[in-house]
Design a protein around this ligand. Structure first.
Ligand code: UD1
Length: 338
């Protein structure tokens, strides 16, 4: 199938491009580099060993998106095009609502115009907010988000469900990601956060390489086994493979379906620090700091539905996640910048 990856030069999009190209799908990437680098596209080409069409466009630019659809005629779209920094979303809510909703609405309009009926959306476990119980099933309550970024994911899910009701021919797959970490095993592509990282794994990597002095562990008084926050870390290549399964699912079904993409296993912050040190033979100095506002104690998936309906499950181990994160970080200490 010919698949457009909207926002496909970013962390998850770049890994997904590789996994779906490997399975024989034709790929087209569109990205405005607002949170990614042209070098990522070069490296995707290197890994795939073939060229593909790339469009430097803002997905919310309707005329440019129309031109892309007219030229490429994609049969499916994977929609990664959105801002994703939680803290920034609190400071710039209008920019987040504008960008994340506009890209989605424009995509929907142009897809309809060009008869493209399959849409996979990058949602997040953030839509569950503080869950009533773990592991979290897809049927758990949603919409208790604690920041504008999370609300954009929730709102887009609502929009896409409405679209699926109104248009019986469309197929929508909502993928709720847990905590993506790791990198492609080549070390050529990986997560390249702007400035000081907010998320745990890139922070650990930058402490290990000496760019940052010490990790602050945000709270050790949660009701968890060692008091630190527990999350479902998933290797980005496993996550990427989940998109390939979602493409097949969308092609074979109509309507809307939601899937958790997680491992179903929770690790604490200290588990991650210890695993990273052991896997890579490096030191990660840390100190205990106050809780981070908006954080929850525990979050991990029940991924049964993804296994049963998508035929997908996470295969990589915590050691793989730590080793591949470090491989990327140590080969590219400044990310994609030389
Ligand atoms: C965060 C977002 C979530 C988003 C996800 C994307 C918040 C509140 N949530 O999830 O909406 O979908 O990223 O990947 O920001 N930690 C530390 N020290 C650090 C960084 C993190 O102790 O310097 C801890 C956190 O308290 C948490 C765990 O590590 O227990 C994971 O944090 P993080 O990687 O930021 O992910 P989430 O907060 O789960």
């Amino acid at each position: 199938m010919k698949v457009l990856l909207a926002g496909g030069a970013g962390y998850i999009g770049s890994h997904t491009a590789i996994e779906i190209a490997k399975l024989g799908h034709e790929i087209v990437i569109a990205d405005d580099f607002s949170n990614s680098k042209p070098e990522a596209v070069n490296r995707i080409r290197t890994i795939i060993g073939a060229d593909f069409p790339f469009y430097e466009i803002d997905i919310a630019d309707k005329e440019k998106l129309r031109a892309l659809f007219a030229a490429e005629k994609p049969e499916a779209v994977i929609h990664f095009a959105g801002y994703k920094a939680v803290g920034e979303s609190v400071r710039k809510p209008v920019a987040y609502y504008r960008n994340n909703l506009d890209t989605t609405l424009t995509l929907l309009e142009v897809m309809k115009e060009y008869g493209c009926r399959n849409l996979i959306f990058s949602s997040s476990a953030t839509v569950y907010g503080a869950p009533d119980e773990v592991p979290i099933k897809e049927t758990a309550a949603v919409g208790r988000c604690t920041n504008p970024y999370g609300w954009t994911k929730y709102m887009i899910e609502v929009i896409l469900k409405d679209v699926a009701v109104a248009d019986p021919d469309i197929s929508v797959v909502l993928l709720r990601y847990f905590n993506p970490v790791g990198a492609h095993e080549s070390g050529l592509i990986g997560e390249d956060p702007q400035g000081i990282p907010n998320n745990l794994m890139p922070y650990i990597s930058q402490v290990a390489i000496g760019k940052l002095a010490c990790l602050s562990v945000f709270g050790n008084d949660y009701p968890t086994k060692d008091g630190t926050g527990v999350r479902d870390y998933i290797h980005v290549v496993d996550l990427a493979r989940g998109h390939a399964c979602a493409i097949d699912y969308a092609a074979a079904h109509k309507g809307v379906e939601v899937f958790n993409l997680g491992t179903s296993v929770g690790y604490s912050v200290l588990d991650m620090v210890n695993a990273f040190e052991t896997a890579n033979g490096v030191k990660v100095p840390y100190k205990i700091a106050p809780r981070r506002e908006g954080d929850i104690a525990e979050c991990f998936a029940d991924a049964t539905k993804s296994r049963e309906l998508l035929g997908w499950k996470a295969e990589k181990t915590l050691v793989d996640m730590c080793r591949d994160s470090w491989n990327w970080q140590s080969k590219n200490p400044n990310g994609y910048d030389a």
